[in-house]
Write a protein that binds this ligand. Structure first.
Ligand code: FAD
Length: 436
């Protein structure tokens, strides 16, 4: 192993030959960074994450469902990315040994008007070539005797579940194995546009002395999830956008629940902020119900509470009458572009755009469900300050990890404080052995 430079903070670089930087180590940032590192091996890709490890926010607080693309407007990014993404994600999981299961999903209706909503879902699916079929009452009874679908039921056989943590570890492994770097405890707190020469980010360590460093890059991908609008506002305060946050709490049964082997969703309701309080399960088969809908003021308000439990239980009992007592388990927060009452999850689209007038700066905003689906989102972004369907060449530069206030060569695992770093590298290498 050759030794590389050890950088201590703060340091500044103004070299025009710079790297792609991705802000945010959730599933989206990881997927983009990995893709850029893989497709631009001579370039440098640096992922900046404010927490001590990747994937601790929304990407690990969701239903872990691989959506088939059933609910969103025909011409939306949600529909196109969801349909293509589901197939890419299944391929990725299969070839990279990420635990997943194509367990299928039912959408059930209890009243005539809900059946009408199901008909809309069916038509949409057929139009887009998404497999979907009606279930007969006999089939419902035979296959899921504990489930109620008084007015009708649809089956989406292509819906599945994925172990989101394993997925992110795999993406991280792919990123590091491809030569990309990850800076943890590294929060982007300031941005200066360098007039055509890229962007200088101020990065503060979130541990110790909160030392700051500045890094300039030709291309910046803002994939900061719940923090993405704040980061976008750092670039252009005059265009200040407002972020909205919609919490969803999950509940788990207190006693053994009735047996069910597929995901169960209620009929969609137009304008609702989520897809309804559904029944999903993890890879071990453990049930959870949720998420419900609670608008909150802060992205940090992530505690699971029982405020909405009675309402959630009533909603669940419509399709699973035998549901017993519940308790709150965990919650996730949807990053919303619109306030309560404006544009439900099915009508609001993702915002994935180069910022007008800021070449090379790409914002990904409002990446709520089904945002986990696109392991190759990197395809639509590129380095060298342009956005294009097929990336051009990256700038050239390399960085080490940020660890406890310093940029450190990842091949210097000598001090006790670097044990985590060593572990991370080992783990990535282990995963790396499975990769392409
Ligand atoms: C309740 C709920 C259920 C969902 N269910 C599903 C589902 O079943 N299927 C599906 O496909 N999708 C689902 N989603 C959506 C999915 O979870 C998200 O779309 C996806 O996880 C978003 O990933 P991300 O990488 O954009 O964001 P995140 O996972 O939030 O990652 C963003 C990262 O950026 C970091 N960050 C923020 N600000 C800064 C900064 N200034 N500097 C450095 N780092 C920063 C954060 O620490 C975080 O790690 C659900 C979402 C919720 C809330």
């Amino acid at each position: 192993m050759t030794s590389r430079t050890v950088y201590t903070l703060p340091f500044t670089t103004t070299s025009p030959q710079l790297t792609a930087q991705i802000i945010g180590g959730g599933v989206v940032g990881l997927a983009i960074a990995r893709h850029l590192a893989l497709t631009h091996p001579v370039a440098s890709t640096l992922l900046l994450e404010r927490h001590s490890t990747v994937g601790t926010e929304t990407s690990s607080r969701n239903s872990e469902v691989i959506h088939a693309g059933l609910y969103y407007p025909p011409s939306s990014l949600k529909t196109s990315l969801c349909i293509r993404g589901a197939s890419l994600l299944y391929d990725y999981c299969r070839t990279h040994h990420v635990p997943h299961k194509r367990c299928g999903k039912w959408i059930v209706a209890q009243r005539p008007e809900e059946l009408q909503a199901l008909e809309g879902v069916y038509e949409h699916a057929v139009k887009h070539g998404v497999p979907m079929r009606w279930l007969t009452p006999e089939e419902v009874k035979a296959r899921e005797p504990n489930v109620r679908a008084a007015a009708g039921a649809l089956e989406s056989p292509n819906t599945g579940i994925v172990d989101s943590h394993a997925l992110m570890q795999s993406l991280l492994g792919g990123l590091v194995d491809a030569g990309g770097d990850v800076a943890v405890n590294a929060e982007v707190t300031g941005v200066v546009a360098e007039g055509g020469d890229g962007y200088t980010l101020t990065v503060a360590t979130t541990t110790g002395d909160h030392a700051e460093t500045r890094i300039t890059a030709a291309t910046v991908i803002n994939a900061a999830g719940l923090g993405a609008i704040s980061v976008a506002n750092l670039l252009h305060p005059e265009r200040r956008r407002k972020a909205y946050f919609c919490k969803g709490t999950y509940y788990v049964p207190v006693a053994a629940p009735p047996k069910v082997s597929t995901l169960i969703y209620p009929a969609p309701v137009a304008g609702r902020a989520g897809l309804g309080t559904h029944l999903t399960m993890d890879m071990a088969g453990a049930f959870r119900f949720g998420p419900d809908v609670e608008w909150v003021d802060s992205p940090d308000d992530v505690a699971a509470t029982d405020g909405g439990m009675v309402r959630a239980r009533e909603a669940i009992a419509t399709y699973l009458p035998g549901v017993g007592e519940l308790r709150p388990d965990y919650a996730g927060i949807r990053p919303k572009l619109h306030p309560h009452g404006v544009g439900g999850v099915a009508s609001a689209d993702f915002w994935i755009k180069e910022e007008d007038g800021y070449r090379g700066w790409v914002n990904l905003l409002g990446i709520e469900s089904p945002g986990r689906l696109i392991p190759r989102w990197g395809r639509v972004v590129l380095t060298r300050g342009r956005v294009d369907e097929f990336p051009g060449d990256c700038g050239v530069c390399r960085w080490g990890f940020v660890w406890e206030g310093a940029f450190i060569d990842r091949m210097i695992p000598l001090r006790p404080s670097l044990l985590f770093l060593l572990h991370l590298v080992e783990r990535c290498m282990a995963v790396g052995n499975l990769l392409d």
